[in-house]
Design a protein. Structure first.
Lengths: 311, 316, 483
């Protein structure tokens, strides 16, 4: 429990501080409608971040998340309203493709960065083939899910909480999740204890694909249309979100709740900068700076902790 | 058997063969009418990916996990700053060039400082850095499109003895990198680091120093590319670097450089860059769209990695 | 009677790694209800026999059987063979409960967390009363001792099947005296209830007080297997020792004596112990059981004398690696490049390597150290292990380094090669080089002018001249021996 809360502490505090600052700068955001606007786009980002987090928990990195989410969005927008069965078949095939990727990467011990880089071309190409120009439409049910107005809290926040809880359950509570994190923590030991690393990593990749597809669908539900470049920046955002949320690059140390918090923080940071009247020129630069500052803070924090435990 | 080992020991042959094949197929379709035009265009556009690819190749030589994602933003910033400083005046040409180089130097140093100080993987360090560099470019550019000095614009678009000047620049840089990798002490060092950083350290190689130099080199190649690209296309644009992120990595891998590090390949970069451009023109002449082109590119990359991984997996 | 049920039976097992016979015809039978103490010096075959018994390493010859069945990893596990590894097998990012889950496939069910927490709590409290370990904490946040305790408790856990044989490989190395005593008490209790334990330790007192039978290994063979009561500390050390005659070793020892000029000095570290000193022209040996701080000291020395940022004007130290594949050879390169890599700066003009001079130097060393290859441009991996090691020696010696650090470089090298290298070392020492030589092989250590013996990360003894004997080194390597 100790590790659980310490890992979450920094992300939650950063989000709280940022939220207070936004409320202070722009008190009108402190309302149902305001919050909904602030966090509207957080849902697909949070889902993509969870997908990236699953890949990172087995010590890999997925550079194709952005194009894959775009691909899923294109499939959803192009086929889901008229021919839902076809859309579902394509998306299931995509999940299978991810499982195969995980399998091959583990079997041949390939660098995941390069393989997913290659895949990003493939997903991008497929997305262009499906939707050569921006268009398509969101199926009505998807649209209504994404725009539903639950009592008390706006949809974006309710959805984020649900995503956090569900992914926390899968990754942190089930045996399957434990095995995935075990593969990242000590793969050799896992094999020695009689588990199949190949199966576990293939399953982890498939699970990541599932979350990435949900991200693409959520995005279509919000924007009502799609194009092949709709989510390209998600690759970078998702990595940053996992890191902000207390996840680490290697060693299977991840936190699904933290990852969702990280995604919310990134979404909020954009609004915060615009409220500060910082020119939008610096928006992405600020994202980079935030990433660097958080990594620096964590280094200091870890260093202090190690020193404390040593003495 | 010997022929086979010759082919596997010279992996760049494949990329050249592929480039030749696509060239011939394109020629067949157009009936040879575009011989000069296609060849010149190919050489010109391939030059840019060759130049960034050379830098990226040095970084990838350092071994698994080493990659520079700040290449596109460095291209953009260097192009933007250089053109604005020169302000169309040919007399300021050197200033612009050195400004571009200085940007490369600064980005490279910052990249490695982040890797080392924050103890983070290069991919994240260069990624965060690219955000900041890209923002600086956006802020500095202010939507202005400054024309390059006439001398520079002419130089980058003209040809000498029928060979585009840009291709000659790329050739000169390639020879330099070839010397660096094959003949110099530094090349020996980075190849050793790529094979085993720990063994390199124990052999007395200044590992951190060499890695720092490599990241600086890569950023400088990107900034030179940005300088030339902006001059060639009549001004800097904020998205001018975007396509070179994936392209720089793709040409390195297709060119036969080992993704596991330690083994790099200068001729392969040429073969791969020519091939990448020719695939585009071939698919265009046959009427295929960008989608097919992207899918093909991705499949080629994955096939190359899979093919390269087989022997080592069997050896183990 | 349960007293004489065989748990594991090893029959005439042979295992060979390259030129080294790790196990050379071993017979061992472990019965229910006994604690076997296993002792032996480095390379005696302790870890190999452990790996054979736990099923990780199929023997090249001979047979292992559990009860009545044949062996594979699965079968070893199904027969209740558990192993507490020296380099722990835990998942640092997971909680104790989750670790237990992954280690025990039978720990399933909807409420496995609760079951696992209860079982682990009970087991930890049973073995280590009054511990303060929380079963919900992540293993990475525990101290080394606590991790060791958790690993032991997980291996003793009885979910649906009780462990029949628990192998403990140096289990007390990171436990303090109280915890170690608690563990030993648990071992006695567990054995009295019909379990059996294979116990490896460098603390002979523990072995003598806990084991019912002691097996002494040497050079891949079991040299003695008697009830513990028939051994004393003194007789154990003697049994581990070799039968090589003292006079032979003496004559082989270096005639060179170091000069008075000190080239290296390290004050004793945190772990206490003696200072380290080395003088010019001396061959200093580092001895003791593997993993007791020798390699760390060599790495520290190297890092202190070789910058990681700026190329050195003159290389002061060179390093000869023992684990060739990990930190020695560059597998993509030719023999030539592997040989000259440390020295390319000296061979270069205007940053360009002079290929002709490189060839000359490589050829010279190829002849001098007799690297057996038709062509020095062949890949390094075409060489045998011994010849690869010679290339690493040539790499270190071809430069100008005054101090050469050697990290157990002769591991798995045939005797002929060893002899050739010894001669070169002697002549290089005469010409003024200092060698600091960590070796796990007794006959090599006995070649040194002076030997430091390491135990638990510190230097516990300094032997020089005629005091460099196997008996003295063994006595210092194992604690519990009266000085």
């Amino acid at each position: 429990m100790k590790g659980f809360s310490a890992r979450l502490l920094i992300p939650v505090i950063s989000l709280a501080i940022l939220l207070c600052a936004v409320f202070y700068l722009q008190p009108r955001t402190m309302s149902y409608l305001g919050l909904n606007l602030l966090f509207n786009l957080a849902v697909p980002i949070a889902l993509a971040t969870i997908a990236q987090m699953i890949i990172m928990s087995v010590n890999d990195l997925d550079l194709s998340i952005g194009t894959f989410v775009s691909f899923a969005a294109c499939v959803t927008a192009a086929f889901m309203p008229e021919t839902p069965l076809l859309a579902i078949a394509i998306l299931l095939a995509a999940i299978a493709a991810y499982a195969v990727l995980g399998f091959v990467i583990t079997l041949q011990s390939l660098p995941s960065i390069v393989v997913t880089l290659g895949m990003s071309f493939v997903w991008g190409g497929l997305a262009v083939l499906i939707l050569p120009s921006p268009g398509g439409q969101a199926p009505d049910w998807l649209r209504s899910i994404m725009t539903v107005k639950p009592p008390l809290m706006p949809m974006a926040i309710v959805a984020s909480i649900i995503i956090a809880l569900v992914s926390h359950f899968i990754i942190m509570r089930t045996t399957f999740g434990v095995a995935i994190r075990g593969a990242g923590g000590n793969g050799r030991s896992l094999v020695r204890a009689g588990w199949s690393l190949l199966k576990i990593k293939a399953a982890a990749y498939a699970l990541a694909a599932f979350f990435a597809i949900l991200s693409g669908m959520a995005l279509v539900g919000l924007t009502t249309a799609a194009d092949a470049n709709i989510a390209l920046r998600y690759t970078l955002l998702s990595i940053a979100g996992v890191i902000l949320g207390g996840g680490e690059f290697v060693g299977g140390r991840v936190s699904p709740i933290g990852a969702v918090v990280g995604a919310l923080t990134l979404t909020l940071a954009a609004s915060f900068l615009s409220f500060l009247h910082i020119s939008p020129d610096w928006q992405i630069g600020a994202q980079g700076a935030i990433l660097i500052v958080v990594l620096g803070l964590r280094l200091i924090f870890n260093f202090g902790k190690r020193k404390g435990s040593a003495s | 058997m010997t022929q086979l080992s010759f082919l596997t020991s010279k992996p760049w042959i494949w990329s050249f063969a592929a480039a030749m094949a696509t060239w011939v197929i394109t020629m067949l379709f157009t009936g040879g009418s575009s011989f000069v035009g296609l060849s010149q265009a190919t050489l010109t556009f391939a030059s840019f990916s060759i130049i960034v690819g050379l830098g990226q190749m040095l970084v990838i030589t350092l071994g698994p996990g080493n990659i520079d994602l700040s290449v596109p933003s460095t291209i953009t910033l260097a192009g933007t700053v250089a053109l604005k400083l020169m302000d169309g005046q040919s007399s300021w040409l050197l200033l612009g060039f050195f400004a571009a180089l200085a940007i490369g130097l600064a980005v490279g140093l910052s990249n490695y400082a982040l890797i080392k100080l924050l103890r983070i993987p290069p991919i994240i360090a260069t990624l965060s850095m690219s955000f900041i560099v890209q923002s600086s470019a956006i802020w500095y550019n202010r939507g202005l499109r400054v024309k390059p000095p006439k001398v520079l614009a002419d130089f980058t678009t003209e040809a000498t003895f029928g060979i585009p000047n840009l291709a000659l620049v790329a050739l000169a840089l390639s020879i330099f990198v070839w010397w660096l990798l094959e003949k110099s002490v530094f090349g020996r060092w980075i190849s050793a680091i790529g094979q085993s950083p720990f063994a390199a350290r124990m052999a007395g190689i200044p590992v951190d120093g060499a890695r720092l130099m490599t990241y600086v080199c890569c950023a400088c190649f990107a900034s030179v590319c940005g300088f030339l690209l902006a001059s060639f296309s009549g001004g800097a644009a904020l998205n001018m670097g975007t396509e070179y992120l994936l392209m720089s990595i793709a040409v390195v891998i297709i060119g036969g450089t080992a993704v596991t590090g330690g083994n790099s390949n200068v001729p392969g970069i040429w073969g791969a860059s020519l091939f990448m451009f020719l695939v585009v023109s071939m698919l265009n002449t046959y009427g295929f769209g960008a989608g097919v082109r992207l899918i093909l590119t991705g499949l080629i990359i994955i096939t190359v990695i899979l093919a390269a991984s087989r022997p080592s997996a069997r050896a183990r | 009677m349960s007293d004489h049920d065989t748990v594991v039976s090893v029959k005439d097992v042979r295992v060979q790694f390259g030129a080294v016979k790790a196990l050379d015809g071993v017979d061992l039978e472990i019965f229910a209800g006994e604690t076997i103490g296993l002792v032996g010096h480095n390379g005696a075959g302790k870890s190999t026999i452990v790996n054979v018994i736990n099923g990780a390493l199929p023997p090249h010859e001979g047979a292992v059987s559990y009860g009545a069945q044949d062996s594979t990893t699965k079968v070893a596990k199904d027969n209740g063979v558990r192993c507490v590894f020296q380099e722990l097998s835990l998942f640092p990012n997971l909680t104790i409960v989750e670790n237990a889950r992954l280690m025990h496939s039978d720990l399933g069910g909807w409420n496995w967390r609760k079951t696992a927490a209860r079982l682990m709590r009970e087991m930890l409290d049973e073995i280590f009363p009054n511990n303060s370990i929380q079963t919900q904490s992540a293993v990475g946040e525990l101290s080394i001792a606590e991790r060791q305790m958790v690993e032991i408790a997980i291996k003793f856990l009885n979910v649906t099947q009780a462990p029949k044989l628990v192998i403990l490989d140096e289990p007390t190395s990171s436990l303090d005296a109280t915890l170690a005593e608690q563990l030993l008490a648990h071992v006695r209790r567990y054995v009295s209830e019909g379990g059996s334990v294979l116990f490896i330790s460098h603390i002979l007192g523990e072995i003598l007080s806990t084991s019912s039978r002691i097996v002494v290994m040497k050079d891949g063979k079991i040299v003695s297997s008697k009830p513990a009561s028939e051994f004393s500390v003194q007789s154990l050390v003697e049994t581990m020792g070799s039968v090589v005659k003292k006079s032979e070793r003496k004559s082989a020892r270096s005639a060179v004596q170091g000069s008075e000029q000190t080239v290296l000095h390290i004050p004793s570290g945190k772990a206490g112990g003696l200072d380290f000193n080395a003088t010019r022209g001396e061959i200093v040996g580092l001895a003791g059981l593997g993993g007791h701080g020798q390699t760390e000291m060599l790495l520290d020395l190297f890092n202190k004398h070789c910058s990681n940022w700026v190329p050195e004007k003159q290389q002061n130290v060179a390093f000869v690696a023992g684990d060739r594949s990990l930190n020695g050879t560059f597998p993509l390169w030719s023999i030539l490049r592997n040989l000259t890599v440390s020295n390319v700066r000296a061979l270069a003009r205007f940053a360009t390597i002079d290929a002709a001079r490189e060839d000359i130097q490589a050829d010279e060393w190829k002849k001098r150290i007799e690297i057996r290859t038709p062509d020095i441009d062949n890949p390094i991996l075409s060489l045998s292990g011994g010849n690869q090691q010679k290339v690493l020696f040539a790499r270190a010696l071809s430069g100008e380094a005054e101090i050469v650090l050697m990290d157990d470089p002769m591991r798995g090298v045939d005797i002929g090669t060893k002899q050739e290298v010894y001669n070169i070392l002697q002549s290089e020492a005469v010409s003024g080089r200092t060698f600091i030589w960590y070796s796990t092989e007794m006959d090599e250590v006995c070649l040194c002018n002076r030997v430091y013996v390491f135990r638990d990360g510190a230097i516990v003894a300094e032997l020089s001249g005629d005091d460099v004997t196997e008996d003295n080194i063994l006595a210092a390597s194992f604690s519990g021996v009266a000085a």
